[in-house]
Every structure is written in C-alpha cells, then in structure tokens.
Design a protein around this ligand. Sequence first.
Ligand SMILES: Cc1cc2nc3c(=O)[nH]c(=O)nc-3n(C[C@H](O)[C@H](O)[C@H](O)COP(=O)(O)OP(=O)(O)OC[C@H]3O[C@@H](n4cnc5c(N)ncnc54)[C@H](O)[C@@H]3O)c2cc1C
Length: 418
Amino acid sequence: MAISFEIPERVKQEQMMAQALADGIMRPVSRELDENEHARPVDFITMIWPVLRDQQARQLDRLKAPPAEASEKKGPRSTYLRMMFQVEALSHGDAGQYLCMPSALLAGSAIEAVGTPEQKERFLRRFAEGDDPKWGAMAMTEPNAGSDTKAIEATATLDPDTNEWILNGEKIFITNGGLALAESDGIVVVWATVDKSAGRAGMKPFVVEAGTPGVSVTKAEIKHGIRASDTVSLVFNDCRIPFDNILGDPEVQQEGSRKGFKGAMATFDASRPLVAAGALGVGRAALEFVKKRLKKEGIAIPYDQPHHKLTAIQRDVLEMEAQLKAAYLLTLRATAMLDEGQRNSLEASMAKAKAGKAVTQVTQKAVELLGMQGYNRDWLVEKWMRDAKINDIYEGTGQINLLVVARRILEYSSRELN
Ligand SMILES: Cc1cc2nc3c(=O)[nH]c(=O)nc-3n(C[C@H](O)[C@H](O)[C@H](O)COP(=O)(O)OP(=O)(O)OC[C@H]3O[C@@H](n4cnc5c(N)ncnc54)[C@H](O)[C@@H]3O)c2cc1C
C-alpha cells in the first residue's frame, strides 16, 4: 500500500485547533491537575465535547452511507489520520487530561470492531448528540489477567427466563470507568467469558450502560503519571443486562477457535496507533522544551555538521529527534492502513512498541539534560517523564507488542510463541 506523507489540509487545520486547545486550556492547569489527582479538567471537557460530538455524528453518518456514496462525497477516508493528529496535539498539551476526553474512546473501538450496524447506532449515537458530555470505557484487565487476557475470570451467564446476561467479576485499572458510570448515557464494554472451557473463543464483549444495577466503582487509583485521568476498579455483582448488549455474534465457536478474541484484537489494532500518537505528543513536548532551554544557554543543534563534530548534548538531542521520527513514521503507516480498511495488527504493534519505548527514553533524557531543574517541579519535564511510561504498559506492554510483531513476521501462532 502506498502511503502519502502529505497531510491533508483538513487534517492540518483540525490539528491546529487541537493544538490551540492544548496550549490555551490544558497546559495552564497541567501541574494543578497532576497534584490533585482526582480533580477533573472541567474546562477542557466543556470545550472539547461539542467538537467530538459533531465528529462522532459525521462518523456515524458515514458508517451508514453506502461505501461508494461515502467515498464519492468525501474523498478518501481519513478518520483515523485525523484522530492521530488530534491525539498527538492534545497529549502534547497534557496526556492525562486528553484521556478524560468525553467520547466513546476504547468502548467505541470495540463497538466499531465487533458490533452489528444496529449496535453501532444504538450505543454510539449518544456520543453524537446532546449538551452533556459522555464517556465510554473498556474493561478487560482483572487482578489475575493483565497481558494474558485469556485468563479473564469475569463471567456472563444467560438467564433463560428473562433472556438477560448476568455479569459477575472484577475489573481493575479501567480508564474512564468512573466517568462512564457517573454520567447517564455512559457505557462500559466489559469482556467476560460465556464458556471458560472454550478458552479465547468463549470471551465476549458486553455493553453495560450507566445506571445499571449491580456494577459499582470500588477504587480510584493513585498513579505515577497521567494523574489527571480517571482510573478505577469496577465490581460486577449479578449485573443484569439485556441479551442484545452482547457485541457481535453470541455463538461460541468450536474449541480452539479464536473468533471471540479476534474482536479484542481488532479493538487493539484500532487503539494501538492512537496510543502511539499520544506518546508522540508527550515526546514532542519534552523535546521542544529541551531545545528551547538549550537555545537559551546558547547551544544550537547544527543539522549540517558531521556527527563526529557534535558535542555529546547535540548528539543526544539528534537521537531524541530520530527516535520520535521513527515512531511517527510507524504510527502514520499503521493509521493509514486503518483508514484504508487494511489489516494492520503487525504495524499497530510496531508503532505502539516503538512509540512507548521512544517516549520513555526521550523524556528521561530530557530530565537528564536539564540537570537538577529537570528533576524538580518548577518545570513540567519531570511530569512528562512520569506521563510517558504508561505508553509502554497499557494496550499491550512493550514486550507483548514485540511478541505480536515476532509472531506476525515469523508466522507463529500465539500458542507456538508466547
Ligand atoms: C493507568 C492505566 C490505565 C489502564 N487502562 C486500562 C483500561 O482502560 N482497560 C483495561 O482493560 N486495562 C487497562 N489497564 C491495564 C493494562 O492494560 C495492563 O496493565 C497491561 O495489560 C499489563 O498487564 P499487567 O499490568 O497485569 O502486567 P503483566 O501482564 O503481569 O506483566 C508484567 C510484566 O511481564 C511482562 N510479560 C507478561 N507476559 C509476557 C510474555 N508472554 N512475554 C514477555 N513478557 C511478558 C509484561 O510485558 C510486563 O513487563 C490500564 C493500566 C494502567 C496502569
């Protein structure tokens, strides 16, 4: 597939708008929200909601339009490309606040990946209308199931008398889980097993709507970074939901089939490039800041000099730029493939693994280069270093994404290489 490195004008304009929000609304309260973990970025949420709501409305209309008509009217799809650049700019403002963005977020990725057309309309339309912001969350992780998602123990049992699913279990570290359940119309996509003996094939996603009895928020995490974001534990105790809230096909395929789990993989294929984009934004914040400080000290970065003529600091800055550029190019490729409707598991994992590693190294180097001042709380560099690490953890750790890359290249199954 040919990828254009020319970013469409429309995408650039939206990126500039997101950057203005990042600079004007998010940055000024970055430290305050970092130090008051469970306060929420009210101004950012209020300002971004109408923008995201209208984007979601256009996206839903596009999903409904016949493919030929949609592409004739609007040209090539750039939904994910636009999201990539917006996420990068907003994370440059503040990664924790960006995660509080009122939207379907990961729940939306799951619904788009596995939901039926009727479910897409029913569950996503709410994010496309109304004056009040709404949140979606996705709950996979459990106390005994992190990277090894097939180990999930949450169950969904069908009550034949009422035709309802009954959910039981605990989910931990769920981003926006508290926000999604606090506001009416919020949703959480919960992964549970309908048949433990079927392994991954028995894993299914269910939509739990805010206000449903039997689900409660039991813990709000106190975190190392992205402290403006909402991360909670959820407990499901005989939580009853309608039969139609199971996403996609309720049938459990034969033993060994990975069909149920394919829904989870498709969700990750869509979300990993966006996590990578968020990492790029944090990395850019640190890099720009270091260059500005060095310039004040009279240290410029000469791009036309041979490597051996540069000082150690100049080489470090060039290395930071190279790492971020490599991650950017991989992210652009994984995102462009999504917009083209191509399978991008390999590319999504490459982008996510590289961006998670790059932002961790770049922000650590930024703190190092700025000396003592880099380590105290006068500047945001130490915060960016803390905000960076999560990109190497959630949506598949660095190691897990490298495993996916190896499996795809070597053509091994997850059973053969784990
Ligand atoms: C702030 C935050 C927000 C989160 N948000 C969400 C959310 O919204 N929804 C959700 O469902 N989850 C969420 N998570 C959970 C996150 O996805 C998990 O933390 C992640 O999947 C890793 O699982 P774990 O922490 O249990 O680590 P483990 O799986 O226990 O891994 C520990 C270490 O072992 C390594 N490892 C594990 N298996 C292998 C292997 N086979 N080969 C090589 N190395 C391996 C890992 O890479 C890691 O370094 C969030 C976590 C955090 C911290």
